[in-house]
Design a protein around this ligand. Structure first.
Ligand code: AHR
Length: 312
């Protein structure tokens, strides 16, 4: 495969194997740590992969762009990018294309205008995750006659999961005709610390009386918010119902403890699948533009039974 630059052209385990550059988002959540571990251990165990060059971009797009540029200079065979945000990739992805290095998106997506600049994306259907959260909320609050008052803790501003989880959630509430009001909606940047701080501000600004639901776009922000709610003297899961997305052990434990009410799963353990995609792409095989990973959703009746199955 001439398009690949250096390394083994066959991509099938012959010769030296593939050199892969992976520009990871950061280490902001248990989900992310599990994702990095899954990708790194899959690469190590896979004899078709000679080397995985791993860069933790600390949630900084500039650092990710720099990492991709270094991968281009090093003439890796395939670049894997988990883009922190959806926009701003045109130039660097064009540089990769000009160098003949295929790009695979892992986890997060980028804006549709740039879709010719990567081969494929493997990751979650974030809109569908939002719809699952919205379906549970629409059912749970269907009989709420005075309107459902909602707080939203969004993920990193401009990131695909923040944009899509929001869109999918409110799409369903609108389609179901739920009478709701967004009391406030701010980014907690997918971290526990910022989720807690934003929740404290929500409580100071609006109080919690009459607020029905907190929709947190990931576990960390939800868990941080739970702390803030408890410190303010309220009972999370009862005084305010809570939805989180990811499904870490800590998230499920909070569910078992009655502190939250619904968990939408986001699955980070796709390292082996990713290696297969990388090899297919290096071999020039035709692959789907998007391959979603399998995910479920869990209510309070399922938390205890599911907790031992959680992998991160
Ligand atoms: O892109 C996936 C999201 O990123 C996960 O939901 C979140 O925990 C992580 O930071």
């Amino acid at each position: 495969l001439t398009a690949c630059g250096g390394g083994d052209d066959s991509g099938d385990g012959g010769g030296d194997g593939l050199v892969v550059g992976f520009a990871q988002v950061g280490a902001e959540s248990a989900w992310r740590t599990a994702n990095s571990a899954s990708v790194q251990s899959a690469a190590e165990a896979d004899e078709r992969i000679a080397e995985l060059k791993f860069v933790d971009a600390q949630q900084d797009q500039e650092k990710q762009i720099e990492a991709v540029r270094n991968f281009i200079t090093q003439q890796v065979d395939v670049i894997v990018l988990a883009p922190v945000v959806e926009t701003g990739w045109t130039d660097v992805l064009q540089e990769a294309a000009d160098a003949g290095i295929p790009v695979v998106l892992a986890d997060r997506g980028i804006e549709a205008a740039d879709e010719d600049l990567y081969v494929t994306r493997l990751g979650s259907d974030f809109t569908e995750e939002g719809r699952k959260a919205g379906t549970w909320a629409a059912e749970t609050f269907a009989a709420d006659t005075d309107g459902t008052r909602i707080l939203e803790l969004q993920g990193t501003t401009g990131s695909a999961p923040a944009n899509d989880r929001k869109a999918g959630f409110f799409e369903v509430l609108d389609a179901e005709g739920l009478d709701y009001e967004i009391v406030d909606s701010q980014s907690g940047n997918f971290t526990a610390e910022e989720g807690k701080a934003v929740m404290e501000t929500f409580i100071t600004t609006h109080g919690l009386e009459g607020v029905d639901l907190l929709y947190a776009h990931n576990d960390e922000m939800g868990l941080g918010a739970i702390q803030a709610i408890e410190e303010a003297g309220f009972t999370p899961g009862t005084d305010i119902q809570i939805i989180i997305v990811d499904g870490s052990k800590a998230g499920f434990q909070a569910g078992v403890d009655g502190k939250l009410n619904y968990i939408v799963e986001c699955n980070p353990v796709f390292g082996e699948q990713l290696m297969d995609v990388v090899v297919q792409v290096a071999d020039g095989e035709t692959v789907e533009k998007f391959t979603p990973v399998e995910e479920g959703a869990f209510d309070a009746t399922q938390f205890e039974a599911e907790l031992p199955n959680r992998q991160f």
